[in-house]
Design a protein around this ligand. Structure first.
Ligand SMILES: Cc1cc2nc3c(=O)[nH]c(=O)nc-3n(C[C@H](O)[C@H](O)[C@H](O)COP(=O)(O)OP(=O)(O)OC[C@H]3O[C@@H](n4cnc5c(N)ncnc54)[C@H](O)[C@@H]3O)c2cc1C
Length: 429
């Protein structure tokens, strides 16, 4: 009988397990894989750093990671081709850098750390079912030999990532109707990097079929991925590797950087990765990280959001286990904060491919040097750093940025209409 049972030993699961063990609870964590194991999600945010510090693993992460001082955006859609967003220019005090890491290494550090804190963390244990009906939760897991094990706990946390164990069981998983993208990715050797301080920056390239990431890892390998529109994916008539290489060749600079590239491992794909569960919590259970929702990797927010919801989740579970009082209000507050933090990224994610946003974000003209525009950009960088939720200083500038965006959309719409009318008149003549 454990106080808390956690399903999944990724960033969300290991974070909540560690924090609850520190508070004195008897925590058991079940992980289906064996660390170290491959996982996608290698680019982190500055606001991950305080969370690593809280867990006591910042030094270890520093040893496996390469410092990421900025996110670099390249657009083929506007004449203003490139801009680098340095985290040091964010409004307020988020750290001036983040890390690029191999997730196999990061997740192993987090897993071992939670064991060190007293969590009974078992690998090779796949959770197949949890009985949510009674006050004592009964969870069934199967080990590598196919043997069934039963665990009982006062509280259950689902941190099973994209497997979404509880959301599947509750039938609460909903695909995101606004965002039906897919990603193809792999690790490559011999890809040209930026130099000096910029070596660890993530490069993002927009192109006609979606966007591409280049994430430099510490050992000289580059993680390369292509996020594509579903219509484009339907045109695939080759194997994944060829399709990825063809897609990358549409972007001249990426082609240049990958001239001598060699694939290191396999090319993998994940489709329709955007979803949300309509249930975040219930009587004696909670869904955190990707087990609750995932929107898009473009702003490297996944690991941060997973660990942040786990940190808040630890406080909530602690309060629930400590008091017999009605915790409805606390649960509501927790759900609101998790949803709002995801929402802060969503505004940008849903407009990421819009030329109006490119124009606003990446202008290098004289007007963009204006102090007011710089202030707006600093606020956007705070969002990119993961500092959107607590930072009250950016609320007004972000509102102004969004207002400017809509003015741009309106102007674009008017121009398009004028052009169509003009074309119709010409055809009439
Ligand atoms: C294409 C793509 C690119 C991405 N790039 C980035 C990026 O650059 N930066 C970033 O921050 N995020 C990125 N992400 C998101 C990131 O991968 C996730 O948000 C993050 O890993 C979520 O952490 P988690 O702990 O919730 O889930 P996970 O990291 O997925 O951990 C879940 C764990 O649960 C285990 N598990 C699953 N089912 C069971 C079961 N039945 N029983 C027991 N254990 C189970 C799994 O083995 C796994 O170890 C990307 C996502 C995609 C799809």
């Amino acid at each position: 009988m454990h106080d808390v049972l956690v399903i999944g030993g990724g960033p969300a699961g290991t974070t909540i397990a560690s924090l609850l063990a520190e508070k004195g609870y008897c925590v058991c964590l079940l992980e289906k894989a064996h660390h170290p194991r491959f996982h996608i999600g290698e680019s982190l945010l500055p606001m991950n750093l305080p969370l690593f510090e809280k867990l006591g693993v910042l030094e270890q992460v520093d040893a496996i990671g390469i410092k990421k001082y900025a996110a670099e955006f390249n657009s083929l859609k506007t004449s203003l081709a490139q801009d680098t967003f340095y985290f040091a220019k964010a409004t307020n005090t988020s750290p001036a850098f983040a890390y690029e890491v191999r997730r196999s290494e990061l997740d192993e550090i987090l897993f071992k750390n939670c064991q060190k804190k007293g969590v009974i963390a078992l690998e090779g244990m796949t959770v197949t079912h949890s009985d949510l009906g009674s006050s004592i939760k009964k969870t069934i897991a199967v080990d590598a030999q196919g043997k069934q094990h039963e665990f009982t706990s006062k509280y259950l946390v689902d941190a099973s990532g994209r497997d979404t164990v509880l959301a599947q069981q509750l039938n609460s998983k909903q695909k995101n109707p606004k965002h039906k993208m897919a990603a193809i990715f792999g690790h490559f050797k011999n890809v040209a990097r930026r130099t000096g301080r910029d070596e660890g920056n993530i490069s993002i390239y927009w192109f006609q079929h979606g966007w591409v990431w280049l994430i430099p890892l510490k050992d000289g390998v580059m993680s390369v991925g292509c996020v594509c529109w579903p219509e484009y994916l339907k045109t695939r008539d080759s194997d994944l590797k060829t399709f990825l290489q063809t897609s990358l060749s549409f972007i001249p600079e990426v082609g240049q950087r990958m001239k001598g590239a060699e694939l290191d491992g396999e090319v993998q794909a994940t489709g329709n990765y955007s979803y949300q569960s309509s249930i975040m919590s219930g009587d004696g259970f909670l869904l955190i990280g990707d087990a609750y929702a995932f929107v898009d990797p473009v702003f490297s927010s996944g690991v941060y959001l997973a660990m942040q919801s786990a940190t808040r989740g630890a406080d909530l579970v602690d309060q629930i286990l400590r008091s017999t009082a009605d915790n409805k209000q606390r649960v509501k507050q927790f759900e609101k904060s998790v949803a709002e933090e995801i929402k802060a990224f969503c505004w940008f994610i849903y407009r990421f491919n819009s030329p109006a946003l490119h124009k606003l974000l990446m202008s290098s003209d004289e007007a963009s040097q204006h102090p007011v525009k710089q202030k707006l950009k600093s606020a956007v960088i705070s969002v990119l750093a993961g500092d959107a939720y607590h930072n009250s200083q950016i609320r007004l500038p972000l509102l102004a940025f969004k207002f400017l965006y809509f003015i741009n959309i309106l102007l674009e719409f008017k121009l398009n209409r004028k052009f169509t009318l003009f074309k119709k008149q010409k055809i009439g003549e």
